[in-house]
Write a protein of this length. Structure first.
Length: 317
């Protein structure tokens, strides 16, 4: 079966790669790795970090917040070194200025046998003005230019942008294929079958689980999704405090909760679609244990005390 990389490699080899491409499917890390492999092939060099400076490539993402810029400027004026790995806060959207900078980059001249590559990730984070500016660039592409749009939410992209792009969808791996890849990366790993089930065909998600002790996190979560008689309120509070310290563990916990709901609903669907529907409705009720834990995780620690006061009897058999 032809892979997405094989599909795009054909157009590169025939010189028809120019124009705009919309990349969908897969986890953020998988889209990034895919486009890094594609750009390495186009530029004929091994790129180790697609976001680093390269004269023929520009990466656009949500820019630094004003607070982060001020902090960096303050450190520079004080003669302090800037940590490239520091987790500075970023804006919640890609702005028109970001897109204009990308368009300006594409307009620069390049060698006749080379390409200029612009990558926007994620394109669904663009605001309205940014989308309109990008649309003009798609309608009148610069010579020897390629635009890759990495997308996580197709519903937030203008239909006119979608229609002007060729599309590549990253598909989930089969269970056997994902199992082989995980075992090759982590030969001493235990619990591979559970990780495969949680990863939904995504090697990127599997790696996040493996590298963030996600299996232990999932098992701890399952231990909390129990009836009231076996629940420790202190354990729940401690769990929420732990998973909200790091962004990656927080997002993994969100995924695990959704996976747990999906599995439970699927089990009930075998009995009756009406029972499954009733179950999905019931978990949103304030006295259902999974619904409470979901709310607990989503709002982080802010509602910790209020939640227990509001729902003193939030678990039931």
């Amino acid at each position: 079966m032809e892979t997405p990389f094989d599909q795009i490699k054909k157009t590169i080899d025939t010189g028809r790669i120019g124009g705009s491409w919309l990349i969908t499917g897969g986890e953020i890390s998988e889209q990034k790795q895919f486009i890094q492999d594609v750009c390495s092939y186009i530029l004929k060099q091994d790129l180790t970090d697609i976001t680093s400076f390269h004269p023929d490539l520009k990466w656009i993402e949500c820019g630094l917040s004003e607070e982060a810029k001020k902090e960096i400027q303050k450190n520079i004026l004080a003669g302090k070194a800037i940590d490239e790995n520091a987790d500075f806060t970023r804006k919640q959207e890609i702005t028109v200025d970001d897109i204009r900078a990308g368009i300006q980059f594409l307009s620069l001249k390049t060698a006749p046998d080379k390409w200029r590559i612009l990558i926007i990730s994620p394109v669904d984070k663009m605001n309205e003005n940014a989308s309109n500016a990008l649309l003009k660039a798609l309608e009148e592409p610069a010579d020897r230019s390629i635009i890759f749009l990495l997308c996580h939410n197709m519903g937030r992209i203008l239909p006119t942008i979608k229609s002007r792009c060729r599309k590549i969808k990253l598909k989930p791996l089969s269970r056997p294929e994902l199992t082989r890849k995980i075992q090759a990366l982590y030969p001493d790993l235990t619990g591979v079958e559970t990780i495969v089930s949680l990863s939904e065909g995504s090697l990127g998600l599997a790696r996040q689980i493996c590298e963030n002790d996600g299996l232990a996190l999932y098992q701890k979560l399952l231990s909390l999704l129990q009836p009231a008689g076996t629940l420790s309120v202190d354990d729940v509070k401690s769990f929420v405090a732990d998973v909200t310290e790091q962004e990656e563990t927080f997002h993994l916990t969100q995924r695990f909760i959704l996976n747990w709901i999906y599995v439970k609903a699927k089990e009930m669907l075998v009995i009756s679609p009406f029972i499954a529907e009733d179950y999905l409705i019931s978990i949103n009720k304030p006295n259902h244990y999974s619904g409470i834990l979901i709310e607990f995780i989503w709002i982080k620690n802010r509602f910790c005390k209020v939640l227990f006061l509001r729902y003193p009897r939030f678990f039931h058999d």
